[in-house]
Design a protein around this ligand. Sequence first.
Ligand code: ZN
Ligand code: ZN
Length: 323
Amino acid sequence: MDSQHSEIRKDYRTGYYSIIVPGRDHRPKELQIDDKGAENLKDCPFEPNTVDRINLEIMHVNEPWTTMVIKNKFPELEGFTPLEYENGFFTSISGYGYNEVLIESPRHFDKFENMDAEKSLEWFNTLIEREEALYSRNYIKHVMIFKNYGASGGASIGHPHTQIIAWPEILGTPATEIENAKKHLKENASCLYEDAIKKEQSRMLFETEKIAAIAPYGSRFAGESMILTKRHVNYIMELSRDEKKEIVEGLKKIIQVNKKLFGEQSYNFVIHENKVETDYHMHIEVYPRLSDLAGIELGQNVFVNTMVPEGYVKRFGEEAALV
Ligand SMILES: [Zn+2]
Ligand SMILES: [Zn+2]
């Protein structure tokens, strides 16, 4: 690896991949999620008067902008890196790909879960538009949308934002999930995720006409949940307007109720789907970050979840009735 570019390296012990990124000394400092100080604003790179539109802007919606997509100033993967593979004892892929950031609002203290229905659809449609654009680029095989919220969720900037990362290969959890979905399809002639909706009735957080939200049986995190469409959809571009609407409303509801249940907390959500892997079924996973990862999680990749999913469902139902 040269000292300029990142590299996706496979760990010969586990088969897991890591992005090795050089020179990250100049990343913005952590901002506290509950820090309302005006001093945050002058350091915030996503304000209408600070965002580097000349060098970073990819697109914006409305004038003046209400949603903006920019290049990540500190990307893990970059499109000008030649795509190279190395196979052998040391296996790696060069750090080819794209990182983009969607700034959800020009207002620093807006909250994702408080966006109105129209703004939420603007958020989702902009992400879908960017995904479609990224999939059309050379060698891109997978795009993941995710949100880091709060310091324990890995956010380095307090301003509301969502991230997009485009990969030259499908790696990690989505690869495992696709493999499991294919195996399930082969053995049962049915979609793993549609079967999950049928079988997880006792762990159903809520259902609407088009979507279901469940606390998965084998959840890794206390308060973990998953939203998925009832119809088989592997790629979010294929979602109908009603499905999109019910997904974003459901996602906001989960974050609102979790806030009531657990207080102000860091969280992550990730959108799992793929444009070409038609056996995959789109779903959004939400992880409240109530405790740090400890030795058993890091050392064994076995998670300790101190809240039974069934108990979470019960508490969610009680709290949701009050929201
Ligand atoms: Zn800001
Ligand atoms: Zn399906």
